[in-house]
Write a protein that binds this ligand. Structure first.
Ligand SMILES: Cc1ncc(COP(=O)(O)O)c(C=O)c1O
Length: 493
C-alpha cells in the first residue's frame, strides 16, 4: 500500500520522528487500516530519498508501541488488534501536549518524550527479585567505609572547595590505573583516566563530543538498553549487530559494504544480556577492522571482575595498538551503584576536550567519596572484597544453575553463566513474557525480561521471547532455590 509522507527538512525534529508521527497519524485516522501492509524499509527509503536506517528506526518505534507487526518473509503490517482506545485518542498525544506547552523543548528533549524506559526505577514490593546488576548489599563492609569517610571528613577542609583535579581526584586515578593495568591488562596512565558519574555519564560525554546526529553507531543486539537510549536520544542511527555464543558477530560488520560506522559499542567480557565472552580472535578482528575504518570502539567492562572458569581474556583496550578503544568501567558492581563512580580511559588526544566537557556538565564528583575510594583501593580492601565476592557469587551462581536444572530440566536453556552476576535463561513455554511476569508476581517473584534489550523482533515477528535475565548477586542460596521452585510451580503444568 502506498503511503504519503510529508517531511519538513527545515524542521528541527529528526527525520525518523517525522516519519514515525506521519505513519502513526495515518494508522490512527484509518488511512492505513489494520492488517494493511506498509512499504518495506528499502522501498520507503528509496521513495523518500533518505537512509534506510532512518526508516528502520521509525518502524522499530511503531513496532515496539504495537502499531506495526513484522512477519518474517511477508513484510510489515499495521497491527490487526489496535486497542480501541488508541483509535479514539488524540494523535500523538504526548507530543502535541508538549507543542502546546509554553516551554519549547530541544531536539534532545523531544526525543526523550518517547523514551518511556528512562528513569523507571524498580520499587516493586515483591520479595524475590531476579534483578540484574545488583551486588550483595549485605556483604559490603559498611563499617570500614564509614570509618574512612569520617577520617577524611575530619582530616582537613580541602575537600570542601572545588576540586583542583578536573579529571578526577588524582590519587584515585593513580589507584585505578594501577588496578586496571594489573587486573585487566588495560594500557593506561592516571592522566588518561577521567572519573565520571558512572558508566552513564561516560557514554553521554562520548556521544556529545564524538557523534553528530544521524551518524551511525553499531551496537550488540541484544544489547544494554541504557546505552542504546543514550545513543538514540542523541539522535544517532543505531545499527544492530547480532550476538552468538562468542559475543558480537564481527563478521556482520566486516561484511557491510559501506562502513561509515562512527562508533561500535561492545561488552566483550560479559555480553549484556546474553553473558557471552567475546573470543580473542573476534577481539583481534574487531580491532583490525576499526583501525582500518577509523571507527572508535566503546568497551563497556562493567562486571569483568567476576569470572568463574578459565583464564580472563585481556581487555580489548589492552590489545589495541591504534588508540581506537574508549574503555569504560564502573564501581557499581564491585562496590555499590549509588556510589556513582565510574571511569573512562581515553586516548591521549581526547583527554583535554573530555576534561572540559566533564567540567561543564557537572564539575566533578564529590571529593570525599573519591578520597575514601582511593584509600580503599590503596589499602587492598577493593581486591580483598572482590576475591571474597567472587567466591560468594560463584556459589550463588551454582545454586541458581542447579535449581534451574532440577526444576526446569530441558525446559530452561542457560546462557552466559561463566562470568558476571547474572545469567540469561531461555524458557520453553507457550506463555507470553507478560503472562510469565504476571504469574511470577502472584507468587512474589520479580522477573526481568530480556526483550527490551532487543532491537530486532524475533522470528515470530514479536518481542516476546521467553528469555529472562536472572541476576543472582543480591539473592541468598535460600532465595535463589525458593524463587526457582515457585517459578517452576506456576510455569510448568
Ligand atoms: C552493560 C552495563 N554497563 C554498565 C552498567 C553500570 O552502569 P553505571 O556505572 O552507570 O551504574 C550496567 C549496570 O547494570 C550494565 O549492565
Amino acid at each position: 500500500m502506498e503511503v504519503a509522507i510529508a517531511l519538513d527538512s527545515s524542521s528541527s525534529k529528526p527525520l525518523y520522528q517525522q516519519i514515525y508521527e506521519e505513519l502513526r497519524q495515518a494508522i490512527l485516522k484509518g488511512r492505513l487500516p489494520p492488517g494493511s501492509q506498509i512499504p518495506s524499509t528499502r522501498s520507503l527509503s528509496k521513495s523518500l530519498g533518505i537512509s534506510r536506517f532512518t526508516i528502520t528506526q521509525s518502524y522499530e518505534q511503531l513496532n515496539s508501541e504495537g502499531y506495526l507487526e513484522t512477519i518474517v518473509g511477508s513484510g510489515t503490517f499495521v497491527c490487526k488488534q489496535l486497542p480501541d482506545e488508541l483509535l479514539h485518542s488524540t494523535p500523538i498525544e504526548s507530543f502535541s501536549k508538549v507543542i502546546q506547552n509554553p516551554i519549547k523543548l530541544s531536539r534532545y528533549g523531544r526525543i526523550l518524550i518517547y523514551a518511556d524506559n528512562v528513569a523507571k526505577i524498580d520499587d516493586s514490593p515483591l520479595t524475590i527479585k531476579f534483578r540484574f546488576g545488583r551486588p550483595a548489599f549485605d556483604q559490603f563492609p559498611i563499617e570500614l567505609w564509614r570509618r574512612l569517610l569520617s577520617r577524611y571528613c575530619s582530616a582537613d577542609q580541602n575537600w570542601l572547595d572545588y576540586s583542583i583535579d578536573p579529571l578526577g581526584y588524582r590519587p584515585l586515578r593513580e589507584q585505578i590505573a594501577n588496578y586496571l593495568s594489573r587486573s585487566r591488562a588495560v594500557n593506561c596512565e592516571p592522566d588518561r583516566i577521567l572519573i565520571t558519574n558512572g558508566t552513564q555519564q561516560a557514554l553521554d560525554l562520548i556521544l556529545r563530543l564524538l557523534i553528530e546526529p544521524e551518524e551511525i553507531i553499531a551496537i550488540e543486539d541484544p544489547g544494554y538498553l541504557s546505552a542504546r537510549l543514550i545513543f538514540q536520544t542523541h539522535g544517532a542511527h543505531i545499527l544492530p549487530i547480532g550476538v552468538d555464543e562468542s559475543g558480537l558477530i564481527v563478521e556482520q560488520i566486516q561484511k557491510l559494504t559501506s562502513s561509515n560506522i562512527r562508533l561500535v559499542y561492545v561488552t566483550p567480557s560479559h555480553q549484556f544480556p546474553t553473558g557471552a565472552v567475546l573470543s580473542l580472535s573476534r577481539r583481534l578482528q574487531l580491532l583490525a577492522w576499526a583501525q582500518q575504518n577509523g571507527t572508535l570502539i566503546i568497551e563497556d567492562d562493567y562486571d569483568s571482575e567476576y569470572r568463574y572458569n578459565g583464564r580472563p581474556i585481556p581487555a580489548l583496550q589492552g590489545l589495541d595498538r591504534g588508540s581506537c578503544v574508549l574503555y569504560v568501567g564502573t564501581f557499581s558492581k564491585v562496590l555499590f551503584p549509588s556510589l556513582r563512580i565510574g571511569y573512562l580511559v581515553l586516548p591521549k588526544s581526547l583527554v583535554s576536550i573530555f576534561t572540559r566537557a566533564k567540567w561543564l556538565s557537572g564539575r566533578h564528583l564529590p571529593i570525599l567519596e573519591q578520597q575514601v575510594l582511593a584509600e580503599f583501593i590503596k589499602a587492598g580492601h577493593l581486591e580483598r572484597h572482590i576475591r571474597k565476592m567472587r567466591s560468594l557469587y560463584d556459589q550463588r551462581r551454582q545454586t541458581l544453575v542447579q535449581a534451574l536444572k532440577d526444576y526446569f530440566g530441558k525446559r530452561a536453556t542457560i546462557l552466559g553463566d561463566q562470568a558476571g552476576i547474572h545469567l540469561m535463561v531461555c524458557l520453553q513455554t507457550d506463555l507470553r513474557d507478560e503472562e510469565i511476569i504476571h504469574r511470577a508476581a502472584e507468587v512474589n517473584v520479580e522477573m526481568t525480561p530480556a526483550s527490551p534489550n532487543y532491537l530486532n523482533l524475533d522470528s515470530k515477528g514479536n518481542n516476546s521471547r521467553g528469555e529472562f535475565i536472572f541476576g543472582y548477586g543480591e539473592l541468598t542460596k535460600q532465595q535463589l532455590q525458593e524463587g526457582i521452585r515457585r517459578l517452576a510451580k506456576i510455569l510448568i503444568t
